[in-house]
Ligand binder design. Structure first.
Ligand code: DP6
Length: 329
């Protein structure tokens, strides 16, 4: 296929892991060391346009209106190269990507960005790839992005020696379970240590790495059955332990990586007090200071109100299960 100017637009949504991924295998291409399970969120989206254009000498990446270079352009070009390899397109591309949610919301991970890019770039190249191939393409650039290709409740197994392809799979559709994620935003502004860098440092220097890798699969299994059974009380403790164990491993690195601020700790305590007071919700925390609370859909507004009263919580975002990445029609 010869490209002159071919373009496509895709939409993808962020996801929050209920069983965390943290750490890569030392072999293979970007294989996760532990299994993870996430929920893809509606209401927030990354919209990405990819145009292959013979007139370009290099790939161009425009993020939220400004041209990006360095590491982010390298990651974008890496994914485009994998698409180009599947076709006879040698042409460079212009990628324009924008988030309709605040970049400092703690939800602006690379997940929705690379899921949208994989879908838009393959459509622009005229490829009709199935979800598993798209998920694997995204995973090779960013592991959590493999999960945002799918909608609803999504799992990604750990990589093992010899694995070539490792796509995420949907274990339940968005309407399977009426839950919400309440994000308590505790800081405006970028995080200190990015997740790729943070997990690499953890794997290399934390004495708790082996314990994390050994224990994470059992937590994943508990989260997985709780999602299938729609059992919040069963899933909750495993969700919290997965996040806190991941952070404990990072904190024990040399030097330790602490994503928490004072407000994070206040929010953790508030979730536990809220539960004692009879409102059920369980926390998770990613590579940043924000606290995300998994709760029943019907309780989401009350949980958000509780979280807004916590000192240091600036605002809340209520998100619900949503669809996978798709080409904009
Ligand atoms: C804490 O997927 O951003 O959000 O694979 O290096 O791109 P790379 O890392 P990334 O890590 C996400 C880590 C996490 C937990 C999770 O989403 O499972």
């Amino acid at each position: 296929m010869k490209a002159s100017s071919q373009s496509a637009v895709a939409i993808a949504h962020p996801n929050i892991a209920l069983a965390k991924y943290w750490g890569k295998r030392p072999y293979g291409h970007n294989l996760p060391a532990v299994p993870s399970l996430s929920v893809t969120l509606a209401g927030m989206a990354t919209r990405t346009k990819v145009a292959f254009d013979d007139a370009l000498a290099e790939d161009v990446f425009v993020l939220n209106g400004s041209e990006a270079r360095g590491e982010s352009l390298t990651r974008v070009s890496g994914l485009l190269d994998r698409i180009r390899k599947r076709t006879d397109i040698g042409t460079k591309a212009r990628v324009e990507s924008a988030n309709d949610f605040p970049t400092a919301s703690g939800l602006a991970s690379s997940a929705s960005a690379f899921a949208a890019l994989a879908v838009a770039a393959s459509a622009a190249a005229g490829l009709d790839l199935d979800r598993a191939v798209l998920s694997d393409l995204a995973r090779r650039t960013s592991v959590s992005a493999a999960r945002s290709v799918l909608g609803g409740f999504v799992e990604l197994r750990a990589g093992k020696e010899g694995d070539e392809d490792l796509p995420a799979t949907e274990i339940a559709a968005p309407n399977h379970w009426d839950v919400a994620i309440v994000v308590a935003v505790t800081r405006e502004g970028p995080k200190d240590v990015g997740s790729s860098e943070g997990m690499k440092h953890t794997m290399q220097t934390s004495p708790y790495t082996d314990a994390w890798i050994e224990r994470a699969p059992a937590l994943f299994e508990r989260v997985r059955s709780g999602v299938i059974d729609r059992d919040l009380s069963a899933i909750g403790p495993a969700v919290e332990q997965s996040a806190l164990m991941m952070h404990a491993a990072a904190i024990a690195a040399d030097p330790g990586i602490l994503y928490f601020t004072g407000a994070t700790v206040e929010a953790i305590n508030a979730v536990r007090k809220m539960r004692k007071d009879g409102l059920e919700g369980y926390l998770t925390i990613d590579a940043g200071p924000h606290v995300k609370v998994l709760t029943r859909g019907a309780d989401a507004e009350r949980v958000a109100e509780t979280m807004r009263a916590v000192p240091g919580v600036l605002r809340t975002i209520v998100a619900r299960p949503g669809p996978g990445a798709h080409v904009e029609s």
